[in-house]
Design a protein around this ligand. Structure first.
Ligand code: G3I
Ligand code: 9MR
Ligand code: CA
Length: 531
């Protein structure tokens, strides 16, 4: 793989990579000329030591600077962070105790049974009036809070199932030490099913519409899940929720079709649920989520729904082959995905299943996916830091923007395997694991200097020093929306706007949608890096 370090400008012209076992110099090279990187405002030089292949543990040395933290070169250096990033979902399960044999120090009693959930006024119907009681257990807590949001589950479940669809041989039954390990289904799929089962319960059987979220009226205090006892509600059926639901149920129906023996009828049930929510969305195309005045939790509001229609249509089209679902590909743009902008996901699916497409559609897919990868690669080539990121990429959850850019580069590489495309993706992955101006890992429990105080209620309330491992924190965010609750940020520059402090929900929260591209990219680099 490409191997690069960033060094503050002003350093001597030469770098050395030191083998920590023998202490000898494994490789020498020249630093690139200094250049300023806009997101941090700092001048840097790069050390490229890609030529070094021998497995081992190393440090980088530059005269006049302290040695770098140690790092490994090896064949499977990302296996642990990949497994850890999946296991993080297990740690965030609602309605389940975490037993010591699976969760170790982070064992805890069950929270949020969600078997007595009230229908909120905004979601009332003839069959289910305000105050009616429904059950919608399981699912994952969204983030550092304990609520469950269908829209954010959409991009999350999609990305995790895409990792399985694209690299199935990496995901085995028994790999993660979760309660379902050994049941004949790959553990990744068991984990995703925990959330899919909750999502299925968020569909109103009467009309096929899907509630936007299952939530308290306000955020919980800093308590363990079992101690959070506020009333829970399902709130407003929204078009975005219905379409995200339709998309992932169509995708899941494809994936689980191969496991009909282990889960009889599940695949067919998912496809039927998908079709119904699609029909509901077609009949209710403009039900934008509007936060009711008595509800104060995350909104995940989005008033641009063309991308959700295209994505759900693409998934249903690929799964069923029925042309009525086909989105208008000529008019569909591509972009880096996020919870509110999912058109990129349609292209990821079409690229994966391009053998099912007509030649004209196939070349459209090629053009869009390769076109985006070309742009992202050009940004990487031009970057002083050797990572293709600009000032505007630093928003709430910037670490996930970084990894979703890598995910899209990887789609380009899979269609057209140019080494530079993979190197550009690798650089983005490096960025969240530590090659960043903060000099720290952005994943709890992984790397020499990981986040210790994420905005994650269980990690804060459990009395265990180390946070729950495997979570990507949101990352630098110059919006600093939590500044009032927090000590001063270290700097105003975008890439330095980060606080490893529980107070910082705008830079140091965890979230299921942010972890998903960590899972995908760590798997893809493992699978695609030539050896
Ligand atoms: O997209 C705009 C961009 O165009 C504009 O230039 C920029 C300037 O501020 O703002 C961008 O929007 C930001 C958006 O995130 C980007 O995704 C908003 O300011 C920012 O407020 C918004 O933050 C969202 C945050 O909730 C607050 O609503 C995050 O996306 C979203 O991930 C986060 O999600 C929360 C849930 O509500 C509750 N659970 C935890 C979860 C993670 O923090
Ligand atoms: O803790 C909340 C976090 O999980 C949410 O993502 C975030 C999104 O708005 O909000 C946090 O709650 C804060 C609230 O918004 C403002 N007052 C302080 C709360 C955290 O202490
Ligand atoms: Ca949208």
């Amino acid at each position: 793989a490409a191997k690069v370090a960033a060094v503050p400008a002003g350093a001597a012209g030469e770098f050395r990579v030191i083998d920590m076992r023998g202490g000898g110099v494994a490789l020498r090279g020249r630093l690139t000329p200094a250049a300023t990187w806009a997101p941090s405002g700092q001048a840097v030089q790069l050390a490229d030591f890609s030529a070094l292949h021998a497995p081992g543990r190393y440090r980088l040395q530059v005269d006049g600077l302290a040695d770098s933290l140690p790092f490994d070169i090896g064949e499977r250096v990302y296996a642990d962070v990949n497994a850890g990033a999946i296991k993080a979902y297990y740690y965030n399960r609602a309605s389940s105790p975490l037993l010591p044999q699976h969760a170790g120090r982070w064992a805890r009693p069950a929270g949020h049974p969600d078997d007595h959930v009230l229908v909120h006024a905004s979601a009332a119907s003839a069959e289910r009036p305000e105050g009616a009681v429904i059950a919608a257990p399981k699912g994952w807590y969204d983030a550092g809070d304990y609520n469950k949001y269908v829209v954010n589950s959409g991009v999350t479940v999609y990305t995790l199932l895409a990792a399985y669809e694209h690299y199935p041989s990496l995901f085995k039954d028994g790999a993660l030490n979760i309660p379902e390990s050994g049941n004949g289904l790959p553990d990744l799929l068991d984990e995703v099913l925990w959330n899919l089962e909750w999502m299925l319960a968020m569909q109103d059987p009467a009309d096929g519409g899907v509630y936007h979220k299952l939530t308290n009226s306000g955020f919980d205090g800093i308590v363990m899940p079992a101690d959070a006892k506020a009333e829970r509600y399902v709130v407003q059926k929204s078009t975005a929720a219905a379409l995200d639901f339709a998309a992932v149920m169509a995708q899941a129906s494809r994936v689980f079709a191969a496991f009909d023996k282990q889960r009889p009828g599940l695949s067919a049930r998912m496809l039927a649920a998908s079709r119904r929510s699609w029909d509901w969305a077609r009949a209710h195309p403009g039900e934008v989520y509007r936060q009711p005045p008595d509800i104060h939790t995350g909104a995940y509001g989005d008033n641009e729904l063309a991308d959700e229609f295209a994505w759900a249509g693409a998934e249903l089209w690929v799964t069923t082959g029925e042309a009525s679902y086909r989105p208008d590909l000529d008019r569909l743009a591509i972009g880096v995905p996020g919870w509110s902008d999912v058109k990129g996901l349609a292209w990821v699916t079409l690229a994966q299943h391009r053998d099912k497409l007509a030649p004209a559609d196939r070349s459209r897919v090629h053009q869009r996916v390769a076109g985006l990868a070309d742009d992202l690669r050009a940004g990487w080539k031009a970057s002083a830091y050797g990572v293709g990121l600009g000032l505007k990429d630093y928003e709430w959850g910037s670490n996930a923007v970084v990894l979703n850019r890598a995910l899209m580069l990887i789609q380009g590489y899979r269609l057209q395997p140019q080494p530079d495309t993979l190197a550009a993706a690798q650089a983005l992955f490096d960025h969240v694991l530590g090659r960043n101006p903060l000099g720290q890992s952005m994943v709890t429990g992984f790397g020499a200097r990981p986040p210790m105080h994420p905005h994650h209620r269980p990690s804060e309330a459990d009395g265990v020093d180390d946070p729950v491992p495997g979570f990507l924190v949101g990352g630098p965010n110059p919006g600093q929306q939590d500044a009032k609750q927090c000590p001063a940020y270290p700097a105003k520059q975008a890439a330095l706007s980060y606080l490893d402090n529980f107070c910082s929900y705008a830079s140091n929260e965890v979230a299921i949608n942010w972890n998903a591209p960590l899972v995908y990219v760590s798997a893809a680099l493992q699978a695609l890096t030539p050896r």
